[in-house]
Ligand binder design. Structure first.
Ligand SMILES: Nc1nc2c(ncn2[C@@H]2O[C@H](COP(=O)(O)OP(=O)(O)OP(=O)(O)O)[C@@H](O)[C@H]2O)c(=O)[nH]1
Ligand SMILES: [Mg+2]
Length: 225
């Protein structure tokens, strides 16, 4: 059923105030030279697994913090703490996405001397795409078992992201998944997408992805200089 005019106005108001708050979060993070990265995907696509691997790859040279968004439990934050990184869990109690106000509420717990702040959004390929969290970089993940037809079906996540990470590529020999098709269709939606093929299991593509993140941090620092 079509939304009423009142519903549309309420939605516009929520998104408008989220955008303003996100802009001020982004400004503060950037002033401190922190690259904030928002990870979006369906439940179970491998966000936390990828963050564990990125953490291993970068933690000796950079200060990293992780915000974990989940509907319930502190499980993902505990996984991140196990690899020696600080993690702050946001439990949304039912909300299917993070919003800027949730980041703002825990903002004073985030050290100002971080290099990278990763934000793992609630597992959902739809709603998180509409909410800017103040990140400088948005990554959309799609895992091989989810199927190669998803970019056109869930375009907003691909339109609003700068990076497309195909995860669980170790499963490619076992599943029908056309890598060229998924990249082509994602770039038809958003021609500027950077694409990485990764596997948290085999390690494929992780070095390249980490090098890209380092380059993005350098760019941010250069803009600040
Ligand atoms: N084969 C394979 N399995 C993976 C890979 N990465 C993650 N998995 C598995 O996929 C499942 C989900 O991984 P998570 O990292 O928890 O996924 P997530 O996106 O963080 O899940 P939510 O936070 O619940 O949305 C786990 O059983 C992982 O072991 C991968 O590269 N290859
Ligand atoms: Mg997770």
């Amino acid at each position: 059923m079509a939304k009423s005019k009142k519903e549309v106005l309420v939605l516009e108001d929520i998104l408008g105030s989220n955008k303003k708050l996100a802009a001020s979060i982004r400004q503060k993070l950037r002033e401190n030279g922190i690259l904030a990265v928002n990870l979006l995907s369906s439940p179970g696509s491998g966000k936390t697994s990828l963050l564990e691997k990125i953490g291993f790859c970068l933690k000796d040279r950079y200060r990293i913090g992780v915000i974990e968004g989940d509907i319930e439990t502190e499980r993902d934050a505990e996984r991140i703490r196990k690899i020696g990184l600080p993690a702050w869990q946001i439990i949304t109690h039912g909300a299917c996405h993070l919003e800027a106000k949730m980041i703002a509420r825990i903002f004073d717990r985030i050290p100002a001397d971080l290099d990278f702040l990763f934000i793992e959004n609630v597992g959902n390929l739809v709603c998180p795409a509409s909410f800017d969290l103040g990140e400088s970089l948005r990554l959309v993940l799609l895992s091989v078992p989810e199927g190669d037809d998803k970019p056109r079906k869930y375009p907003e996540a691909f339109i609003t992201s700068q990076v497309f990470v195909i995860t669980k590529c170790d499963l490619l020999p076992h599943l029908p998944f056309d890598v060229e098709r998924v990249i082509r269709e994602a770039r038809e939606i958003n021609p500027k997408l950077e694409v990485f093929k990764t596997s948290a299991l085999s390690g494929e593509g992780l070095e390249e992805l980490c090098a890209f993140l380092e380059k993005k941090l350098e760019e941010l620092r250069r803009q600040n200089a």
